[in-house]
Design a protein around this ligand. Structure first.
Ligand code: AMP
Length: 290
């Protein structure tokens, strides 16, 4: 595996792979790698060669009171893991490579970026789309891999790729979970033992929605009551938002549509966690994927 630190060299390596008609894949990450990231990498390796994994803790997507400074950084362990997975290129630029002095250009996806995560974390998605656009422009992969764990982010990136006529196809991969259902996240390592146990309430609340839907419930407000009953019973968990939204617009729905998401964000101790379930209609039945 080659570790690349500069934009210029990354561009050159990627351009030469494209010239040789190879199917270049990109997996953007902020490091502190876990099985969620590895699942994206496996998906990339199935369809692409070479695969570029980027590790960049993007300062522009953290608010002033957020955890940029203390965000987990485990670079040597990440590098060793990627090496053993047979990754071709690790792109790990220092911040000044991505944001040189005088940097002034941002990309923003209107509306989709303003709700839910965007509302709770002003400026977050502007930082995400700006860095992802830069990564997509530097590497110009045929396919780029993202997790459904961050469903709103994936939707926004797809919108951006389509609006800006990018050639990269955006692939969205399933959520990888712990045995008790907690979605894997680099931030889970902030949780102490009690909070870690309580954190499974997010998954359990989504599972309650799944059961209500299986029992025939279609009304969004009543489904959210079922969700709240579970998550509000956990005193260590404080909900930031819980909504059922259309999968395309991310606007709230009154009753279930063809494709929608149940989205939840909550604080457990000082740690902010998000999770979601995908609801899809086939014929008269609604299937729920956690
Ligand atoms: P991050 O390093 O947190 O920015 O995540 C990098 C990519 O991994 C994003 O596309 C995430 O959606 C994805 N990801 C993070 N956690 C999971 C998970 N538990 N399952 C699937 N994908 C994930």
């Amino acid at each position: 595996m080659e570790t690349i630190h500069t934009v210029a060299w990354m561009k050159q390596v990627a351009a030469s792979a494209r010239k040789n008609d190879r199917v270049l894949g990109l997996v953007p990450t902020m490091g502190a790698l876990h099985e969620g990231h590895f699942s994206l990498i496996h998906a990339a390796q199935k369809q692409c060669s070479p695969v570029v994994v980027s590790i960049f803790v993007n300062p522009k997507q953290f608010g002033p009171s957020e955890d940029f400074q203390k965000y987990p950084r485990t670079f040597e362990a990440d590098r060793a893991a990627l090496e053993s997975l047979g990754i071709d290129y690790l792109f790990a630029p220092p911040p000044e490579e991505i944001y040189p002095l005088g940097f002034r250009t941002y990309v923003e996806v209107e509306r989709l970026s303003e709700r839910l995560e965007g509302r709770s974390r002003p400026g977050h998605f502007r930082g995400v789309t700006t860095v992802v656009l830069k990564l997509l422009e530097i590497v110009q992969p045929r396919l780029a891999f993202f997790g459904r764990k961050d469903a709103q982010q994936a939707r926004i990136i797809r919108r951006m790729a389509s609006d800006l006529n990018l050639d990269s196809e955006i692939i969205v991969c399933p959520i990888v979970r712990e045995a008790d259902g907690l979605a894997l996240s680099s931030r889970n390592r902030y949780l102490n033992e009690e909070n870690r146990r309580a954190a499974s309430a997010l998954y359990r609340s989504l599972d309650a929605v799944r059961r209500e839907i299986a029992a025939g419930e279609r009304d969004a407000a009543r489904l959210l009551v079922a969700l709240r009953r579970v998550v509000d019973a956990e005193t260590r968990v404080s909900v930031d938002y819980a909504e059922i939204v259309d999968a395309d617009s991310f606007e709230p729905v009154v009753s279930l549509r063809k494709v929608c998401y149940v989205l939840i964000a909550a604080r457990v101790g000082g740690t902010r966690l998000i999770d979601n379930a995908l609801i899809e209609q086939t014929g008269d039945t609604f299937g729920v994927t956690l």
